[in-house]
Write a protein that binds this ligand. Structure first.
Ligand code: GN1
Ligand code: MG
Length: 355
């Protein structure tokens, strides 16, 4: 990989490059130089992101905006330029690579260690929302069109069912029934957006707990990472994706479904951190519909994992043949638990508002 990192303006000569992190889309490596500088090298998945120059334009513009709001180098990401001043390189094989500064003494959690971790991630995504409130949204490229268009995700599921490309449809009857029986509610938020009842804002769109960098010593937020999907979107989706991932009592790919449920304590903690930080910016309708974001983002991911399973695992990285099916099942279990806890989820939002 030497020919790759030689093309970036690094401090020192690279002496090690090792796989890093567990994203489902890009490939990530940690690069160390002989001057003890650390960098993150990433191959951008161009199968998923069709417009890499557009994506990198978004990333550099958003990072510059965040840096203007807070110039502490640990509080936003920074793209390391290539020797000829570009933000990424195209390898001879047509693959795309970028380099980022490594954020020192930061940690990312794949699972929360306490409810406070959820509170802190709520603060991080609330701050992100605040800092980007005056970002010119119309200048952003739509890196993945219809990304959180849940009805469109259902359309893709139906296509996958018809095609049955991997010959797996016969195995997944109960899951397909559970997904299709919830299709009517899939358009709840997108319809409110189309009718103008919910505003489009600059949103992150992939608010998993492990996309928040915390200070290793204090466990308070440093910055938000994985900015590839920053686009105009709905706040409820950012709220909801964070709940789906961080407030679940089990990992996204847990195979023992009895371990999967919504932790009300973590839900409460994230909601509190998020609303305390950005609640004043949101409309009453946005706040009231936040729980729908949790329910629909979980359902949407169930649909996406099933679609990918039926298509033969073309999109998400997998490490076992049933990985996408296992992920779909946890999401379905979580949706069902949210349905059971629906009144409580709504009441918590109102209680936090009243505080
Ligand atoms: C992907 O890249 P990563 O692992 O943070 C996906 C998200 C899904 C998530 C499910 C660009 O996120 O939308 O919710 O996996 N990102 C993209 O874990 O599709
Ligand atoms: Mg990520």
């Amino acid at each position: 990989m030497k020919h790759l990192y030689q093309q970036f303006c690094l401090d020192g000569l690279p002496i090690a490059c090792t796989p890093f992190g567990g994203g489902h889309i890009n490939h990530t490596f940690l690069v160390v130089t002989n001057r003890a500088r650390l960098y993150i090298l990433q191959e951008i998945n161009s199968h998923v992101f069709k417009d890499v120059p557009g994506l990198m334009d978004n990333l550099t513009a958003v990072c510059a905006h965040l840096r203007r709001k807070d110039n502490d180098p640990r509080h936003s990401l920074s793209v390391v330029p290539t020797l000829d001043g570009r933000s990424f390189i195209t390898g001879e094989d047509g693959r795309f690579w970028r380099m980022l500064d490594y954020v020192l003494d930061g940690i990312c959690l794949d699972a929360p260690e306490s409810a406070d971790d959820l509170y802190q991630s709520g603060v991080a995504f609330g701050m992100f929302q605040n800092q980007l409130a005056d970002f010119p949204a119309e200048t952003l490229h739509e890196t993945i069109p219809h990304f959180h268009d849940t009805p469109d995700r259902y359309r893709q599921l139906r296509e996958a069912i018809c095609a049955d490309r991997a010959g797996r449809l016969h195995e997944v009857g109960p899951e397909i029934d559970a997904l299709l029986s919830r299709e009517d509610e899939a358009g709840f938020l997108t319809a409110l957006c189309q009718s103008g009842e919910l505003p489009l804002r600059v949103t992150h769109n992939d608010t998993k707990l492990n996309n928040v960098m915390l200070d290793a010593a204090t466990k308070t937020p440093l910055c938000v990472m994985d900015l590839d999907t920053v686009m105009p979107g709905l706040v409820a989706h950012d709220f909801g994706d964070a709940i789906r991932f961080g407030a679940s009592t089990a990992a996204e790919d847990e195979t023992d479904l009895d371990k999967v449920s919504l932790s009300i304590e973590r839900y409460q903690a994230f909601t509190s951190g998020f609303l305390t930080t950005c609640g004043k910016r949101l409309t009453a309708r946005e706040i009231e519909t936040l729980p729908w974001g949790a329910r629909l983002m979980t359902l949407e991911n169930a649909v996406r994992f099933m679609t990918d399973y039926l298509n033969g695992d073309m999109y998400f990285h997998i490490s076992r043949p049933t990985h996408n099916l296992d992920r779909c099942r946890t999401q379905l279990r979580l949706v069902k638990d949210m349905e059971q806890k629906w009144d409580e989820m709504n009441a918590i939002v109102q209680e936090i508002l009243a505080e």
